[in-house]
Write a protein that binds this ligand. Structure first.
Ligand code: SAH
Length: 350
């Protein structure tokens, strides 16, 4: 279902493509710079706002191109930590969610990459209704642009860890990264972007070849194939050996350390022997482990590990010299877990 960019989705064009379009309209090349700046730096919501363009050019743009924007349907603000959870409506009426988290080192936005998801991870709310469609690059950018506008604050970090599997929407993801890091736009540093994958091996290998400086996070969740297959259907397609081989390749080719995410599910993957297996698997891999106590969803009966089990798991890994953190839980009071807000919105619509 790899979709190419729509021919008229102007916000998804790279600078070079925009230049071609502008020249084809018989306009001077510098207009491309002006339009790009309106779209990606000033984040104009309409062509009418582009006041340094001649009126007839604005009219032509209006006729030929779609200016994709997302509409803020709802925002929930956590009373605990100031985390903001947004529900956005896309031009076709689908809804997606994005989150802004405030950290000492700056603001981080977590975006969705697809409407729904087809990966089927057992504990995840985003996948319960399957995949609706891929998001376009413009729709990924818009989540960040709207949040920046709404808060008036600078966004320094972007994590592609919301609903959807980003590497299942590869072309659009890459285009999104190029636009987000473009010096003429928001100019976010590649090092401040993290892409999280459930482990699509061919795409991970392809990503390593792009030689980007982004962080790749692998959702590992188990250190043996059998447990991983129970939690994640994708593990039936790719064994741990294959997926970790792709991680090693990513590190070798880019010099970027991997992040390994491990959601702790009570009684399923959180015992001392699971910790031992994980430590052995990762001890020579120079990665960082992020432990996430599972966020139970009502459609499944998985339970969260107890606090002391989580601590013991962490200590076990540290004994092997593994770099490990327990993910600080943000926005617990506002349905912070992937896909929960969107689902409650959908069920209230019917
Ligand atoms: N598809 C990508 C990114 C989206 S999910 C991926 O699989 O990595 C981001 C992270 O949250 C993943 O590690 C995912 O497994 C985890 N996750 C999803 N639902 C969760 C839940 N209810 N509790 C804890 N972690 C969850």
């Amino acid at each position: 279902m790899e979709t190419t960019t729509d021919r008229n989705d102007i916000k998804s064009f790279t600078f070079e493509e925009l230049m071609e379009q502008v020249c084809a309209l018989g306009q001077p090349a510098y207009r491309a710079g002006q339009i790009f700046q309106w779209l990606h730096e000033k984040q104009a919501a309409s062509f009418a706002e582009m006041t340094n363009l001649p009126a007839d050019l604005r009219r032509i743009l209006e006729e030929r191109f779609e200016l994709v924007t997302v509409k803020q349907e709802q925002v929930l603000i956590s009373a605990i930590d100031g985390t903001r959870k947004y529900l956005f409506a896309l031009p076709d009426g689908n809804v997606i969610e994005s989150v802004m988290m405030r950290y000492q080192h700056g603001n981080s936005v977590c975006i969705s990459s697809q409407v729904g998801c087809r990966m089927g991870c057992r504990f995840c709310a985003s996948t319960l209704d399957g995949l609706e469609r891929n998001l376009r690059p413009s729709e990924m950018l818009e989540q960040i642009y709207r949040i920046g506008r709404d808060t008036g604050e600078r966004i320094s970090n972007v994590v592609v860890m919301g609903s959807g599997e980003p590497l299942d929407n590869y072309e659009h993801l890459l285009r999104f990264i190029r636009l987000l890091t473009d010096g003429r736009g928001l100019h976010i540093s590649q090092r401040n972007i993290t892409v999280s994958t459930c482990g699509l091996v061919p795409q991970m290998r392809r990503l390593a070849e792009e030689k980007l400086q982004i962080t790749l996070a692998l959702s590992l969740h188990a250190a043996d194939d059998e447990t991983r297959r129970q939690l994640m259907p994708v593990a039936r397609r790719y064994s741990l050996r294959e997926v970790l081989g792709a991680c090693d390749d990513y590190f070798q080719k880019t010099g970027r350390r991997m992040t390994f995410e491990y959601s702790l599910v009570g009684g399923v993957n959180d015992t001392p022997s699971h910790a031992e297996a994980l430590a052995r698997l990762l001890k020579d891999r120079h990665g960082h482990v992020n432990l996430i106590p599972v966020n139970p969803i009502k459609e499944r009966d998985y339970v969260r590990s107890e606090r002391k089990t989580v601590e013991a798991f962490k200590n076990h890994l540290e004994k092997y010299g593994i770099n490990v953190t327990i993910r600080r839980e943000m926005g617990r009071d506002i349905q912070g877990a992937c896909g929960q807000l969107r689902r409650s919105c959908l069920s209230s619509r019917t």
